[in-house]
Design a protein around this ligand. Structure first.
Ligand SMILES: C[S@@+](CC[C@H](N)C(=O)[O-])C[C@H]1O[C@@H](n2cnc3c(N)ncnc32)[C@H](O)[C@@H]1O
Length: 411
């Protein structure tokens, strides 16, 4: 019996004959990986589950609809024995031994000559977990170890930097609205592998504290820009660090392309010949209202939502926003960077037909521990912002959706 631990190995099965006995649940679970490995799979079984049958119908496996017969394992490189007939399993196992075919037995791990590990995949690696002896086999534990490793690699909580395939360059990562759990899995992994992180004031700043000490963290707001504009100085910093062969993450709040100047940075990097990847992020325009109990759309209330920047006042000639048209829309208006100008914005919306009673909510520092929501109407919002001392960053929501959630005044 298995006195020694199994020897782990990766089988290269492309075009090689693999025999599977039994078309039940075990085959259904194992066949996709054998097919993916390019094996020439022969199933021998009088019956099969609908999914296994579909694999045969699709030509992914060859199915002989009969019970196991002596000789089925001839010429096989590998066998999976999983019939419901213990005698057939024993006979097939003996045949496998006689022909020196490595064989997995679903009914008796002790007698099997091979075990199937719990497997998972992450970014070009396969994680395979085996127990060391048959008596200590605990498939749920091996699956849990596999899940912990794969999940950790995916979300960056387990750091395993690439070495050979690692390319210097810049990743523009949308970090989400602020809660460190709201960055994407890809963003988190790239952050964990970075040599340099250039971060904005908004976004998941708590994640910076978790970075290993060798990582250089640069506050984008503090990059000295002398005769350059701030954005040019940031672009130059990205280019210079990447040119030194370092992996650079530009960590931005929300999504890089929603009022985030992501495309300007991408252009500058492309012009400098620096490889760049862009990772989308959860924009504050949707997530911050949501975190405060406000859906940006709601059946029967709003069939559209419009996201606008309020960083310049409606009467400012630099404004590209058509406020009079927005006043005529029935849907939700989501205003970013509008705290300072909300008085002028509200006046303009009312002057062009929006009801002064339209509900307004201001959500400050959404998704963080300092989140706060202040409610008003278009008529009162200018005073409320001052009276309640609402400060940026805040997302302003204008429309009837403000009143539909559990926190809504008219819910
Ligand atoms: C320069 S824009 C960047 C938007 C970002 N790219 C996004 O997709 O969320 C900055 C504005 O986003 C909004 N904002 C971003 N994060 C926020 C948060 N956690 N709470 C409230 N507002 C936020 C504020 O209106 C802030 O002034």
């Amino acid at each position: 019996m298995a006195e020694h631990p199994p020897y782990p190995v990766g089988l290269r099965l492309t075009g090689r004959r693999v025999v599977v006995l039994g078309g039940g649940q075990v085959a259904q679970r194992r066949l996709p990986a054998l097919i993916k490995a390019g094996a020439d799979v022969h199933l021998v079984s009088p019956e099969a589950t609908p999914s296994v049958e579909a694999m045969a119908d699709a030509g992914e496996i060859t199915w002989r609809r009969r019970p196991y017969a002596e000789g089925d394992l001839a010429d096989a490189w590998y066998a999976l024995i999983a019939t419901s007939d213990p005698d057939a399993n024993t006979a097939a196992s003996a045949e496998a031994e006689a022909h020196r075919v490595w064989c997995v037995r679903s009914d008796d791990a002790d007698r099997a000559t091979a075990w199937t590990p719990a497997t998972g995949h992450s970014e070009g690696v396969t994680v395979a977990v085996l127990t060391t002896d048959a008596r200590g086999r605990d498939p749920r534990h091996t699956a849990a170890v596999r899940d912990a490793v794969v999940e950790g690699l995916r979300d960056g909580t387990l750091v395993a930097p690439h070495f050979r395939t690692r390319t210097a360059g810049v990743a523009l990562v949308g970090g989400g609205p602020g809660d460190p759990d709201l960055i994407t899995v890809r963003g988190r992994r790239l952050l964990a592998e970075a040599d340099v992180v250039i971060a904005d004031r908004l976004g998941p700043r708590d994640l910076l504290a978790e970075l290993p000490p060798h990582v250089e963290v640069i506050d984008a707001a503090k990059i000295p820009y002398g005769r350059y504009m701030a954005q040019e100085a940031i672009n130059n910093a990205l280019i210079e660090h990447a040119k030194q062969g370092r992996s650079v993450v530009r960590l931005k709040g929300g999504d890089p392309y929603v009022f985030g100047r992501g495309m300007e940075e991408l252009h500058a990097l492309t012009e400098a010949g620096i490889p760049c990847t862009v990772v989308p992020g959860i924009s504050s325009s949707i997530s911050v209202p949501g975190a405060a109990g406000i859906p940006v759309t709601h059946r029967g209330v709003a069939h559209e939502f419009t996201v606008v920047s309020g960083h310049v006042a409606p009467d400012d000639e630099r404004s590209l926003v058509d406020w009079p048209s927005l006043a005529k829309l029935t849907g939700t208006l989501v205003i970013l960077m509008g705290v300072d100008k909300i008085g002028r914005i509200a006046e303009t919306l009312v002057a062009h037909g929006k009801s002064p009673d339209t509900p307004v909510a201001l959500v400050q520092e959404g998704t963080t521990s300092s989140q706060r929501r202040v409610d008003a109407t278009l008529a009162t919002v200018a005073e409320t912002v001052v009276a309640e001392d609402v400060k940026p960053p805040a997302v302003i929501v204008v429309g009837d959706v403000v009143a539909v959630g559990p926190d809504g005044t008219a819910a």
